[in-house]
Write a protein that binds this ligand. Sequence first.
Ligand SMILES: Nc1nc2c(ncn2[C@@H]2O[C@H](COP(=O)(O)OP(=O)(O)OP(=O)(O)O)[C@@H](O)[C@H]2O)c(=O)[nH]1
Ligand SMILES: [Mg+2]
Length: 234
Amino acid sequence: MRKPDGKIVLLGDMNVGKTSLLQRYMERRFPDTVSTVGGAFYLKQWRSYNISIWDTAGREQFHGLGSMYCRGAVAVILTYDVSHPQSLAELEDRFLGLTDTASKDCLFAIVGNKVDLTEEGAPEGREGEGCSPRQAGGGPTSPRVPKQVRLEDAMAFYKKILKYKTLDEKNVPAAEQMCFETSAKTGHNVDLLFETLFDMVVPMILRQRAEELSQTVDITSYKPPKRTRSGCCA
Ligand SMILES: Nc1nc2c(ncn2[C@@H]2O[C@H](COP(=O)(O)OP(=O)(O)OP(=O)(O)O)[C@@H](O)[C@H]2O)c(=O)[nH]1
Ligand SMILES: [Mg+2]
C-alpha cells in the first residue's frame, strides 16, 4: 500500500456523529454505529493523491490518543452536534489542544452535525437511503427541535482557533468557507465538506513534497572534505 500523501482527522465529543459522517461519505449509507474504540481510517483517492481520513473516539478514556492521531495532519475536522451546545464547548476545552501536533499550516473545519433534527434542518430527500431499521438519533417521525447551536457560534469558535494558533485571518480560508452544517443521516453537505477539504489540502501536499525534496541531500554532488596529515578535516 502506498504511503498516504496527507492525513485528515475527525475530532469531537462522543456521539456527535464522526463515524456516521465518514461512513456516509465513504460508503454512501447511514448504518448503525457503535461508539469508536481508539481510531480507524479510510483511504480516499482524490485526483492522483491518497488521503487518509482518521475517525477517532470521542470517549474521554481515549482522549490521550487524539494528539497522536493528529500528528502531521493537513486538516482537522472539529465536529459538534447542533442539538448539543456542550459538544461545541468541548471542542474548545478538550479537543483543540490535541491539534498542536498537526502540520504547521493545518486547516480547520468546524462541523455542526445532525442538522436534520432541527426545525431549520436539511431536506430529507435522501432519507432512508441505505438506512438500517434502528435509525438511531431520530427517525423520520421524530419531532424537530430549534437549533441549539447557531452557525455564528461555530464561526466565532473558528476565529478563536486562529487566535490560538496565532494565524492571520488574511492568510487562511474565511470562517464562512470552513464552518459547515451537515447531516450524516440525510447526507446534507457531507460531500461538500469532504471534497472542499480535499481540494484545499492538495496544494498543501504539493508544498510539503517540495519542502521534503529541498531538504534531501544530493549524494552525487557530495565532495568529502580534504584530510590533513594529522587526520583532521581542513
Ligand atoms: N439524526 C441524526 N443522527 C445521527 C447523525 N449522525 C449520527 N447520528 C446518530 O448519533 C449516534 C452517534 O453517532 P456516531 O457516528 O457513532 O458518533 P461518534 O461521534 O462516532 O461517537 P464516538 O465514536 O463515541 O466518538 C448514532 O446513534 C448515530 O446514528 C445525523 O446526522 N442525524
Ligand atoms: Mg465513532
